[in-house]
Design a protein around this ligand. Structure first.
Ligand code: PLP
Length: 496
């Protein structure tokens, strides 16, 4: 009787978890709410229109002493949390690299939370260990990568790249794992090479690994923002002459600012000749390789030692899920495996224990959502969606190209368009024009974002502020592209 009363009020029982009956009732309500949210997400302002601190101030400073009903909690989610969301699922989210939580991916997250397995050892979750192997083998085949690449899932590309560079360092056999790096007169300065367009995660990896920011050689790029291989070869030779030890090159397929593609085949030649570890950062654009006619964008990557791709960017998988493929998993394992007594198992020889492949011990069941996404959409369905995003990017690029006061600032190989508004003023000097256009485009971006109808971000290209429109959300249609172009023009006209 008492329990029935508690259930009716939707409160937690004195001990134990929510009753199955309440879970079912509120679970159904929540799924109804989520399906409506996803159906109408395009009606919310895409960029949160709140002042900093608003959510924090609207919530109590301490947790409640006595539990509250789930109804009360869900009502606060709707009333307080949702208005403070920037809606990444909005079809006009075009900032950074847009992404999507597709329905099968959301189901995968729900199930992973319900199973709550910790896949540190094979025996602590055979399902997550083996499903990860299956899902990553499927993805590898879809991307046309060779069989020698084994995969492992981490949370983000930053962490995948950190592990790749740690493996590259381990491959040097300099006993850094045992003796560290500090105070060692026998250790030459180690150098890593990446283009000046490479992602900041490369530099952060070097900070984290104790190599230091100065270990990074930022290699210049050509006019299309691709790494110059002459400059790379020169930098390696100079470092060798100075007694330093080059050991790793990070090439990018789909750079963050413009989605440019480094010349990986030539970089692979240099790495082979110089015996350097080649890591390919395909965090964004790796997904494009599932489209047969775009697979060539990964050319040369089959020769890499490691490659990162993020299904949570452009493969409709909810954040977070990053995949590191590596052809030298034994080296990655050597860098990180450390087995305390309580984690020793009898089957250790015959199976993968995923804790051996990184810093973290515990790991959640991320592969489930990726596997469900691949099964639900199929290779063809995934390819069709990515192909359509690339088509939409071409549609937008064409609108920019033919409009008199607008300019395209980089090639458009995938779903990202870099552009700016650049009306002329007669008699203006170069420096004056450059700073006027930077300020104008920043105001334009802020004005567009303030409409709540679309969300763009920016970058700097050759010193000039560029607007970025990144298409990657599963709900984006041509109507959203056309409407965003209209808003850009309306706002540009009102700024003068
Ligand atoms: N590499 C590239 C090319 C990126 O564009 C990004 C993020 O946009 C990253 C790495 C870092 O990704 P993550 O947020 O998964 O660490």
């Amino acid at each position: 009787m008492k329990e029935a009363e508690t259930n009716e009020a939707g409160l937690a029982p004195p001990l134990g978890d929510m009753s199955a009956e309440d879970f079912r009732r509120y679970g159904h309500q929540l799924v109804d709410w989520v399906s409506l949210y996803l159906e109408r997400v395009g009606e919310y302002p895409v960029l949160a229109q709140v002042e900093p601190g608003r959510l924090r101030e609207s919530l109590p400073q301490s947790a409640p002493a006595r539990g509250e009903s789930i109804e009360a909690v869900l009502s606060d989610v709707e009333r307080l949390v949702v208005p403070a969301l920037t809606h990444w699922n909005h079809p006009a989210f075009f900032a950074y690299f847009s992404n999507s939580a597709s329905a099968p991916g959301i189901f995968g997250e729900l199930l992973a939370a319900a199973f709550n397995v910790n896949g540190m050892l094979w025996r602590t979750s055979p399902a997550s260990t083996e499903l990860e192997e299956v899902a990553l083998s499927w993805l590898r085949q879809m991307m046309g990568l060779p069989e020698e690449f084994e995969g492992i899932i981490y949370d983000t590309a930053s962490v995948s790249t950190l592990h790749a560079i740690a493996a590259a360092r381990e491959a040097l056999d300099l006993k850094i794992r045992e003796d560290g790096m500090s105070g060692r007169a026998d250790l030459p300065g180690l150098c890593v090479y990446a283009s000046e367009q490479s992602h900041s995660s490369v530099e952060k990896s070097l900070i984290t690994l104790g190599l230091g920011q100065r270990a990074l050689r930022r290699i210049e790029t050509d006019p299309e923002f691709r790494m110059s291989t002459e400059a790379l070869a020169r930098a390696i030779a100079e470092d060798r002459r100075a007694g330093l030890l080059p050991f790793c090159v990070v090439a990018t397929v789909g750079t963050t600012s413009t989605s440019s593609i480094d010349p990986v085949p030539e970089i692979a030649n240099i790495c082979e000749r110089e015996k350097l570890w080649l890591h390919v950062d395909a965090a964004y654009a790796g997904s494009a390789a599932v489209v047969p006619e775009l697979r060539h964008t990964l050319a040369g990557s089959e020769r890499a030692d490691s490659l990162v791709t993020n299904p949570h960017k452009w493969l409709f998988t909810p954040i977070d899920l990053s995949v590191l493929y590596c052809r030298r998993m034994d080296v990655l394992r050597r860098a990180f495996s450390l087995v305390p007594e309580y984690l020793r198992t009898s089957e250790a020889e015959g199976v993968h224990n995923q804790m051996d492949y990184g810093v973290q011990l515990g790991r959640r069941f991320r592969s489930l959502k990726l596997w469900m996404v691949m099964r639900y959409f199929g290779h063809e369905g995934l390819a069709a969606r990515i192909r359509e995003h690339c088509r939409l990017a071409q549609v937008f690029a064409r609108l920019v190209k033919v409009a008199p006061d607008w300019q395209l600032l980089a090639p458009v190989p995938f779903g990202l368009v870099c552009f700016r508004y650049c009306p002329d003023i007669a008699g203006e000097g170069d420096a004056e024009r450059a700073s006027r256009l930077d300020a104008l485009n920043e105001r334009l971006m802020n004005a567009v974002n303030a409409t709540g109808e679309a969300f763009l971000s920016h970058t700097k290209l050759n010193g000039a502020l560029a607007l970025r429109l990144a298409i990657g959300n599963i709900r984006t249609t041509e109507a959203h592209i056309q409407r965003t172009w209209q808003i850009l023009n309306e706002q540009a006209a009102s700024l003068g």
